[in-house]
Design a protein around this ligand. Structure first.
Ligand code: 5GP
Length: 193
């Protein structure tokens, strides 16, 4: 049975990483890792598909019980983590397992599993990033500015931490999707998958 591959995709909010992730998943027959989170469910979320929504107490139990491969407090007071068991199962079954997680989580993954392949999705420039955050328009300006500052800090952290194998610039979504799929496919090919 061939060994599977662990793929980490990160990028700031508003950069199109979820769309890219889902295309990679579909085109390369990957498995999307459903994270647990303590944030509240929104109408756009489906329990068990986008996230497993859990209480802070349950999250702590899972974390302390060794059920999470990595975890991070992504927003103040809101924790996100990757359940370990599905990752182990997918890798053992020779599948491509895809984690869409933040930089702190990706750093933990690379420490534990250096063979993981990691992509970071970048906006073409700051102006476009701010426009995309505004277009989402579900938040007030102060919150948009906070997200913008966080996104810029996350990009700098991604460059500095040195754990990302590739950076994909999303100038045009179709092009970025094709590039991400080609990079992951090439890596699988090189590893003999
Ligand atoms: P959102 O709440 O907008 O869906 O996601 C917020 C952020 O949390 C995104 O940047 C996403 O990549 C990150 N995230 C989602 N799941 C996990 C996880 O399991 N672990 C870590 N470290 N970050 C996650």
């Amino acid at each position: 049975m061939p060994q599977g591959m662990l793929l980490v995709i990160s990028g700031p909010s508003g950069v199109g990483k979820t769309t890219i992730t889902h295309h990679v998943e579909r085109d390369l027959n990957g498995v999307f890792s459903v994270s647990v989170t303590t944030r509240s469910k929104t109408p756009a979320d489906t329990e068990g598909r986008d996230y497993f929504f859990v209480s802070p107490r349950k999250f702590e139990q899972m974390r302390d019980g060794g059920e999470l491969l990595e975890w991070a407090e992504v927003y103040e007071g809101l924790c996100y983590g990757t359940p370990l068991a599905p990752v182990q199962q997918a890798i053992e079954a020779g599948r491509l397992m895809i984690l869409e997680i933040d930089v702190e989580g990706a750093v933990q993954i690379k420490k534990k599993m250096p063979e993981a392949f990691s992509l970071f999705v970048l906006p073409p420039n700051e102006k476009v990033l701010l426009e995309r955050l505004r277009k989402r328009a579900r938040e007030d300006e102060a919150l948009i500015q906070r997200r913008f500052a966080k996104a810029k800090a996350e990009i700098i952290r991604a460059w500095e931490c040195g754990i990302y194998d590739e950076f994909v610039v999303n100038r045009d979504l179709d092009h970025a999707v094709k590039e991400a799929v080609a990079l992951v496919r090439s890596e699988m090919f090189l590893r003999g998958g």
